[in-house]
Structures are given as structure tokens and as C-alpha cells.
Design a protein around this ligand. Structure first.
Ligand SMILES: *Cc1c(COP(=O)(O)O)cnc(C)c1O
Length: 455
């Protein structure tokens, strides 16, 4: 074990090179700030994706809006646009400050992707977007659709029969499978969802009830993705949604940013050189939080500071970014088990595409213990009456770690934020929860209460 090397270096050598590595390996909570974080104007030069790509995705979602409104009646009131509210959570903020004995300078808000229509998680952005794009590509290529049509025509036997000649495969820890399964089945595609061992039973049951084929694995997310990819390679009519590398997923998530800007404007909440915005994004493989962060940087540039949040047991993104090795290493290589109750974040190997794309745009990344996720889960339910799943609370812990850790204080100094922190907005990105069955949510809630009571 001692002589085992990872990408040519022993664990001891990695620890010597990166002082934070010992803490990460011993699954302590860490805050890593990115030494390669740079000015937006320089960083964007090196990235092949642009504002136009995000705009293209936004326009595609607008074209599909009449279809979405027609087949998912819960989106009627937003005219087929799948978007979530953002809310200030002052009582939660006060409670956190007391519980952790740590002031949060600025105002804390929650972005409720937990309550996105159709699939109740952030995956209702990227996951649904990529299936819609694939459907549009197929329909246009086969002369069944032009981009000037009213897309609600797709809700018909003719289209369903057409799409039934094609299938879609995806590997997932649960929520991506849920969103892709639901939208694909609605359009008429055959769907195969390869689920990792982390996936909750109710998600599999729900998908099967919609006619989705769910294939279960005893291993983690990477294996489920690999099997999905293999299955699709063998069938020319099967399309694989590649959570590890897909730019379409990424762009679907990125659309969140311009809509968030509109929401903040409506709340008269300013983001500019005197009013910094901090965003804390729960991270699994990286596509969801990475896509959102990319969109936010395009909109708010140097005035937004984005952090990834991972479980201490699944710190794949922080290891990938810190070492620059991205998807060439897994947490298991470092002896970390990737076993966490934050099922949406139970990923042992990060997306190389996301890590490399955001190398100079992410402010940092931190890790949280599962018990803090539960503690915050019941605190949020008690203070604001909002229910999130454990993964979604990873963002909530961000401001605590940012202000508590020396690295956070250094970040404030290095970026000259000392005098304007009082004007800061802190957004915890609440990535999932509204579809969790009531009895499951009660178990989560009670766990949080137990953890709080035992101190
Ligand atoms: C998938 C998921 C995430 C993270 O998204 P990735 O694209 O895997 O990084 C965060 N929270 C929840 C609830 C999720 O389902």
C-alpha cells in the first residue's frame, strides 16, 4: 500500500505537494481556494464554449415551451418554462449563525431547484434539455419539424411513433435518470436508465411505472455510466447521454444564469463591483453545478464567486482541480470510499471536461460531512418550512466554511472584498428534494434532529 503510486506519485508525495491532501484523505472538511482563479476576461479566452451557445440553448427551450406546457400541466403557469424560485432565508441564516457560532456577512438566499417542475431537481435543467435537443435534431433531420413550428405538435401519436424507433441510455445515481426517463418516455422514446447502487428505490419504482427500463448495479456511478455507454455503442439508434462529457447537458444547466439575473433584478438585489455574489453549488460529477457556474460567470463576470460543494467521502472535484489531474484520478485511488448519504453527489471520479473548462473560473471547492447535511436539512425545515434532500444541503454549508476558514479570509483579502462583504448575496443552490416521498423525508428530518440533540 505504501509504495502504491497514483499517476506516478505515492500518497505521501501527493500530501507533500498539496498540504490540504492529508485532510481530504482523512475525510475532514476542507475549503480549497483555487490558485488558478483568474479574471473572467482572460479565462473565457481559453474556453471553446461561449455566450452564444448558452443563448442557443435558451432559445431551444423557448421553442419547446408550448410542448412542455401542454404535456406537463404543472408548467402551465410559467408557460412551459421550467424555472425555480429564489428566496431569502433570514431565519435560517440567523439559526446557522447561532448553531455554528459563525457570522455570515451579507444575506443568505436559497435557489429552489429542489422545486423545479417535472423531476424536482437540478437535473430538470440539463437532463431535460439534452433529450429535447436530441428529439429536435431527429425530427428536423426527418422533415417532421422546422424551428418555426409550434412544438406542441410533438404531443401526438405520429411523433410518439416516430420517436419509438429510437432509444436513449443514461447512467445515473438517481436524479439524472429520473429526469431523462420522464421526459424521454413522454416523447415516446425507449429509455434505459443504468442506476448505481446509491439510487433510491422510489426513483427506480417511479421510472418503471412510466415504462422506463431500469438496470441496477451493485457498484458506483462510474460503472453505471460505463455500462450505459457500452449499450449505446452497440445500437446506432440509441443515444447515450454522457453525464461525464456532454456539452449539451452543460449548456442546459447554464441557462439558469440569465433567468437568475432577471429574478435578482425583480427583487432589486444588485450584483456589481460593490455587491458581490457568492454561489455554493452541490457537486457530483460536475455537469450541473459546472454548467450553472459557467452561465453565472458569463452574466456576472468577476462579481460572482462560485464554489463547488462535495461530501467529505466523495471529494472527486476538489482532488481533480487541485492536482490538475481531473478525471485521471478517483477518490478510491486515495483510499476514500465514496460512500455518502448524499446520493446525488456520490461520484468518485469528476468530469474532466467540466474541471478543465472551469479551471480558471471556479473560486474554490469545499467538502462537508454527511451529518452537517442532515443538521441543515432539519434546520431548514424548522426555520423556513422548506424540504430538501441531503445532497441539496451541501451548498448551505458554504458560507459557514467560507467565513470560518483561513483560506476564505485570504480569498476576501486577495480579491479586495473586505469593505463590500456586508453587501454580499450568498446563494445556496438547493439542488433537489420536492419529489422525495413524505416518509423518506421524515427519516431524513429525524436524523438531523437526532444529530442536533446529541450535542
Ligand atoms: C446530480 C445532483 C447534483 C450534482 O450534479 P452533477 O452534475 O452530478 O455534479 C447535486 N444535487 C443533486 C440533488 C443532484 O441530483
Amino acid at each position: 500500500m505504501e509504495n502504491k503510486t497514483i499517476q506516478g506519485k505515492t500518497i505521501k508525495e501527493w500530501e507533500e505537494q498539496y498540504p490540504l491532501m492529508s485532510k481530504i484523505i482523512s475525510t475532514e472538511e476542507v475549503l480549497w481556494t483555487n490558485p488558478k482563479y483568474g479574471k473572467f476576461a482572460d479565462a473565457i479566452e481559453k474556453i471553446s464554449l461561449s455566450e452564444n451557445d448558452v443563448k442557443d440553448a435558451e432559445e431551444r427551450l423557448n421553442r419547446f415551451a408550448p410542448y412542455i406546457a401542454k404535456v406537463f400541466s404543472e408548467t402551465e403557469k410559467t408557460n412551459g418554462i421550467i424555472e425555480s424560485p429564489i428566496v431569502p432565508i433570514p431565519t435560517m441564516q440567523t439559526n446557522m449563525e447561532k448553531t455554528y457560532n459563525q457570522e455570515i456577512t451579507g444575506q443568505l438566499l436559497l435557489k429552489c431547484d429542489s422545486h423545479l417542475a417535472i423531476s424536482g431537481s437540478i437535473k430538470a435543467r440539463g437532463g431535460i434539455y439534452e433529450v429535447l435537443k436530441h428529439a429536435e435534431d431527429l425530427a428536423i433531420a426527418n422533415n417532421m419539424l422546422t424551428i418555426n413550428d409550434d412544438y406542441s405538435i410533438m404531443d401526438s401519436e405520429r411523433f410518439k411513433e416516430f420517436f419509438s424507433n429510437y432509444s436513449i441510455a443514461v447512467g445515473s445515481t438517481g436524479n439524472l435518470g429520473l429526469s431523462i426517463g420522464i421526459i424521454s418516455a413522454q416523447l415516446g422514446f425507449k429509455v434505459y436508465v443504468h442506476m448505481s447502487a446509491d439510487a433510491k428505490q422510489w426513483k427506480k419504482d417511479l421510472l418503471r411505472s412510466k415504462g422506463v427500463t431500469v438496470i441496477e448495479y451493485e457498484s458506483d456511478y462510474s460503472k453505471a455510466v460505463e455500462e450505459g455507454r457500452k449499450q449505446a455503442e452497440a445500437d446506432p439508434n440509441m443515444y447515450f447521454i454522457d453525464d461525464e462529457n456532454s456539452t449539451n447537458l452543460f449548456l442546459g444547466y447554464a441557462v439558469a444564469a440569465s433567468r437568475l439575473k432577471k429574478q435578482l433584478d425583480e427583487m432589486n438585489r444588485v450584483v456589481d463591483e460593490d455587491h458581490p455574489l457568492f454561489v455554493y453549488l452541490p457537486c457530483g460529477v460536475g455537469g450541473g453545478p459546472g454548467g450553472v457556474a459557467f452561465g453565472l460567470k458569463l452574466v456576472f463576470k468577476d462579481h460572482v464567486h462560485c464554489f463547488f460543494a462535495e461530501p467529505t467521502q466523495s471529494p472527486c472535484m476538489v482532488i481533480g482541480l487541485m492536482t490538475g489531474l481531473h478525471d485521471q484520478v478517483s477518490v478510491q485511488d486515495f483510499g476514500i470510499d465514496n460512500i455518502t448519504d448524499a446520493d446525488g453527489l456520490a461520484v468518485g471520479r469528476a468530469s474532466g471536461f467540466v474541471g478543465k473548462t472551469l479551471e480558471n473560473l471556479m473560486s474554490g471547492s469545499y467538502t462537508v460531512k454527511d451529518e452537517e447535511l442532515y443538521r441543515l436539512l432539519s434546520m431548514l425545515a424548522d426555520t423556513e418550512n422548506i424540504q430538501l434532500e441531503p445532497s441539496a444541503l451541501a451548498g448551505m454549508h458554504g458560507p459557514i466554511q467560507f467565513f470560518r476558514d483561513e483560506a476564505g479570509q485570504k480569498y476576501i483579502e486577495n480579491n479586495n472584498l473586505q469593505n463590500i462583504m456586508k453587501n454580499a448575496s450568498h446563494i445556496a443552490w438547493g439542488t433537489g428534494g420536492s419529489m422525495v416521498p413524505k416518509d423518506e423525508m421524515e427519516i431524513y428530518y429525524n436524523k438531523g434532529k437526532e444529530i442536533s440533540a446529541s450535542e
